[in-house]
Design a protein around this ligand. Structure first.
Ligand SMILES: Nc1ncnc2c1ncn2[C@@H]1O[C@H](COP(=O)(O)OP(=O)(O)OP(=O)(O)O)[C@@H](O)[C@H]1O
Length: 925
């Protein structure tokens, strides 16, 4: 895109007085050859490496040299030239200030960092220092993906976290990693600690927008990979940022604490990470200070551990394609506020493991579930609540605008309405009672004041003015009247003077020489030269037939009118600051109230969902139960419902006893029957139960799951140099190395990505390991029917299959899970449904019956049945000759087969031939 002609004009004007410059990276020929402006630019640029420099010039932010080339390409704006540096043109491009946020958004989302350099004095001031002096400029902010606060740059539905990682050596010599996650758009500040093997899982939970790590770790493949997987840019920090006592001091200084003792037992790695995060905040925000909450430690055991692959596979907060729509959060989010939606996403990313805490959340949902009228009223009140957390955070950073004041006003009113609604309720459960108390603690006078202060229509930026309501401030009203209604002011003044002098012909006029003056006809003017009028009216001129007078008030009027606009704005800005200060003085209470509203919204939203979709409250405790009756997949069910199709509910029981471990269900069944859906729905039900939600099931009893693992589907990771099979094996290895009795494991078609017998052997051994060593509750979907044999030999393995029926040779999926093993794959029927050409389907049917006949005659089944536990015996593959000739079948069958020429058969004839051959083999023909 190009810049508008009007904007371009003002930019040209802004740039006009400056002259040529050299490339900043090269030695300069001498100061004489560089304009003062370019010298200033070069100095500022050198002090802020690693970012694009937005250099304010009048109504534009200009970029020069390489920055201009990068930005012009990224933003699609025109690259121009401006002056020369060492004989070469200087590339330049620019963005109008009023559209800067839009351009910033694009640059930040591409992973760039932008230093915003402002003019910090009036050009008129600069001129006073001499004609060639340059306006003072300073970088006021470094905008990076993890430190943005503007509404237009943020996703309302997601937290925007900066993650700082630091490491510290432990007593046993191992490295431990501290993780500090902070969101300056809301003030949230959380700390945790993890060993190297768990960092990936922690990062997946935090979903950072930017990761800050010590410079020395920048090149480590682990971090390069982690950042790529988290789709977050990696920023290095020097060593000084987070070391020893300096780290503690940095945290204490930031929060005004004497010691860190009040924050609980923080580890050295956590302290280092927290200090690094604060250092980075300082570096990016300069003098502005975000209203961060005190850092809170998050114990890893407090949350269900879900590794990155499992999160991705289960599509908890985004689909594999990256969209929210189609993910679990997309299906369950019924919250009506942005903060409520964010809280739900956060809870989904970190389900709880403490049954008491889960019960506390459930009680809040159950309350709204049982009280539909209250739920409706609460949701109506919440709908009027804007994003309080982000509004107060922007005010704290002095980046707030009039709309943030209005957001807080509306939020205060909404909180009051909500509290009034809920206070009427009896037996408010603990979580809601606490939230109500926080929401009710807001000062009722504040919204009143904001209400009378703010105009109806509000500009985005306070500098635009016009946001203070009429009648709020007499001084402002007067200035505005002067600015807007010169004519009216003049008319009113003229009428007043006419009354005072009792002289109708007195006229108020203006010229450049006298400014405002009063003119009277000669005869009547004489009267004003005498007492008492001469005390007020000062004679200025006598003309032919008229006399001119001024008054002290009129002399001031001139000055007043010309500066009224500026003064009105200054007055408005000071009213803004006053209102902002009133709000910031209550910053902590506002943050608590905002969190309370989000909490109520999340609970009411989940209750709405449960009521709407027929969900029930699960029983969650410390046992190893996993018993679900009539479970459904929330996302698939919603999709089917949109198409008018029903979802078939299914049971699942993996319950085990502590001394033995959980049960494993081996699910076999045709393609497309619903195995993957079944596996995933049970994992999702566990996640939902542990965030305190109701679940899509008739009944559910779940003993808390500490770790959830899934190996679902197959995908290459070519960027990491891993084939499909390698990815599958790496993920499986991670599961077998870390799953425990309290874990839930979902394995979908392990071993599919390699040769049949390798795959079968691996799957077999994996199952044995899960059963004997991990002892986890597990679901295992497979097309290796041989694995159903394991159920006969290992006590806690059950076989499940999906019911299908056949009609005229076609398969009909019933999606019903029943006990037992599948007897057929129906792969060919599914291929037919998929639209494979008829000849191919017929040929496949023929081949299939041949292969099956061959297999029946082979010793494979017997071999599998005889496999000793834990001996990874190789299962003998049938000899090619056996397949070709039907193994040890009768000569008659061989002769009949030899007589068939498949190339000459129509699909129908081939099918008939196949049935004939089968009858022949069975001795019927
Ligand atoms: N319980 C159910 N009720 C209704 N429809 C279902 C149910 N389960 C699955 N389906 C439908 O069947 C489709 C296929 O399901 P799914 O992918 O789970 O099959 P699958 O057995 O895992 O197949 P494959 O073995 O080919 O991977 C789903 O997209 C959904 O539309």
């Amino acid at each position: 895109m190009s810049i508008e002609p009007e904007a371009r004009k003002s930019r040209a004007q802004a740039a006009a007085p400056e002259s040529a410059a050299r490339r900043p990276s090269e030695p300069q020929d001498g100061p004489a050859k560089i304009s003062p402006m370019m010298a200033q630019f070069i100095a500022i640029k050198a002090a802020h490496p690693g970012s694009l420099l937005f250099y304010r010039m009048g109504d534009f932010y200009e970029l020069f040299f390489e920055d201009a080339e990068i930005a012009a390409k990224a933003l699609g704006i025109v690259l121009t030239r401006r002056g020369k540096y060492q004989g070469e043109d200087i590339p330049m491009c620019g963005v109008p200030v009023e559209r800067a946020q839009e351009y910033l958004h694009r640059l930040i989302s591409l992973g760039h960092r932008v230093s915003v350099c402002e003019q910090i004095e009036d050009p008129a001031e600069a001129k006073k220092r001499g004609a060639k002096s340059v306006v003072r400029r300073e970088v006021r902010r470094l905008v990076t993906p993890g430190t943005i606060t503007e509404e237009t740059l943020l996703d309302p539905a997601r937290a925007n976290r900066l993650l700082a990682i630091a490491r510290a050596r432990q007593a046993d010599g191992q490295w431990s990693y501290g993780l500090a996650a902070l969101d300056i758009s809301t003030g949230e500040f959380l700390l945790s600690e993890a060993p190297e093997a768990q960092i990936e899982t922690e990062i997946a939970r935090i979903e950072p927008a930017e990761i800050v790590i010590p410079e020395g770790l920048m090149d480590q493949p682990l971090f390069v990979r982690l950042a790529r997987e988290a789709r977050a840019p990696l920023t290095p920090l020097g060593r000084l940022a987070a070391e020893g006592p300096a780290a503690e001091r940095r945290i204490c200084d930031f929060f005004g604490l004497a010691t860190l003792d009040g924050l609980g037992a923080l580890s050295p790695a956590e302290i280092a990470a927290a200090a690094a995060a604060l250092f980075y905040v300082d570096r990016t925000q300069f003098s502005a200070r975000p209203a961060l909450s005190l850092p809170t430690r998050v114990a890893r055991e407090a949350h269900m551990s879900i590794d990155a692959a499992t999160r991705a596979n289960l599509e908890l907060t985004r689909t594999l394609g990256g969209a929210r729509e189609g993910s679990l959060i997309g299906a369950i989010d019924r919250s009506v506020t942005a903060a409520g939606g964010r809280l739900l996403a956060e809870r989904l990313a970190a389900p709880l493991t403490d049954p008491d805490e889960i019960t506390r959340r459930q009680e809040a949902v159950a309350f709204f579930f049982d009280e539909p009228a209250l739920r409706e009223a609460a949701r109506r009140a919440l709908k009027a609540a804007p994003d309080l957390m982000r509004a107060i955070a922007r005010l704290a950073l002095e980046r707030g605008g009039p709309r943030d004041l209005a957001a807080l006003r509306d939020g205060f009113f909404a909180a009051r309405a909500l509290v009034e609604t809920l206070r009427a309720a009896e037996n408010l459960p603990g979580e809601l009672a606490q939230a109500c108390a926080a929401a009710g603690a807001l000062d009722p006078l504040v919204p009143q004041k904001l209400q009378s202060a703010l105009a109806d229509a509000l500009p985005l930026n306070r500098r635009d003015g016009g946001f203070v309501a009429p009648d709020f401030d007499a001084g402002l009203d007067e200035l505005r009247a002067l600015r807007d209604d010169t004519r009216k002011v003049v008319a009113a003044l003229q009428a007043r003077y006419c009354d005072l002098a009792d002289m109708r012909q007195l006229k108020l006029k203006h010229n450049n020489f006298l400014g405002f003056y009063l003119e009277a006809p000669q005869a009547q003017g004489e009267k004003l030269l005498k007492p008492p009028f001469d005390a007020m009216f000062i004679h200025r001129q006598t003309m032919a037939g008229a006399m001119r007078f001024s008054t002290p008030e009129l002399s001031e009027l001139d000055v007043k009118i010309s500066t009224a606009a500026d003064q009105a704005l200054v007055r408005e800005l000071s009213i803004f600051d006053e209102l902002a200060a009133t709000l910031l003085a209550q910053g902590e209470a506002i943050k608590r109230a905002a969190a309370a509203l989000a909490c109520i919204d999340a609970a009411a939203g989940l209750a709405e969902l449960a009521a709407d979709c027929g969900w029930t409250r699960p029983e969650v405790d410390g046992s190893l139960k996993f018993h679900i009756e009539g479970g459904r997949h929330p996302v698939v069910e919603a999709a089917l419902r949109r198409g008018g199709a029903p979802f078939v509910a299914n049971d699942c029981d993996l319950s085990g006893l502590a001394e033995e471990g959980g049960r494993i269900a081996v699910v076999t069944g045709p393609n497309m029957a619903g195995k993957s859906t079944y596996l995933r729905q049970n994992a999702l039900i566990a996640v939902l139960a542990q965030i305190g939600s109701f679940v899509p099931a008739r009944r559910a009893h779940i003993g808390v799951v500490d770790r959830l693992f899934s190996r679902v589907g197959a995908s290459d990771d070519l960027a990491r140099g891993r084939s499909t099979f390698m990815v599958e094996m790496v993920e499986t290895a991670a599961i077998l190395n870390s799953a425990r009795a309290r874990s839930l494991v979902i394995l979908d078609e392990i071993g599919r990505g390699t040769a049949t017998f390798d795959g079968l052997s691996i799957a077999w051994a994996v199952m044995e390991h899960l059963h004997e060593v991990n002892r986890s509750r597990a679901l295992f979907a497979t097309h290796f029917h041989e694995l159903t044999q394991l159920g006969k030999r290992l006590a806690r393995i059950d076989n499940l299959t999906v019911r299908v029926s056949e009609w005229k040779g076609d398969v009909i999926f019933l999606h019903e899970i029943i006990a037992g093993a599948a007897d057929q794959s129906y792969g060919v029927q599914v291929a037919k449904l998929a639209g494979l050409p008829a000849q191919v389907v017929a040929r496949a049917r023929l081949l299939l019956s041949e292969f099956e006949a061959a297999e029946r005659m082979s010793s494979r089944d017997r071999l599998v049945a005889d496999l000793p536990l834990f001996s990874a015996s190789y299962v003998k593959a049938p000899e090619p000759a056996e397949i070709a000739h039907g193994g040890g079948s009768a000569d008659a069958l061989g002769a009949a087969l030899d007589a068939v020429n498949p190339d000459e058969l129509s699909p129908r004839a081939a099918l008939e031939e196949l049935y004939r051959l089968k009858r022949l083999r069975a001795g019927e023909a």
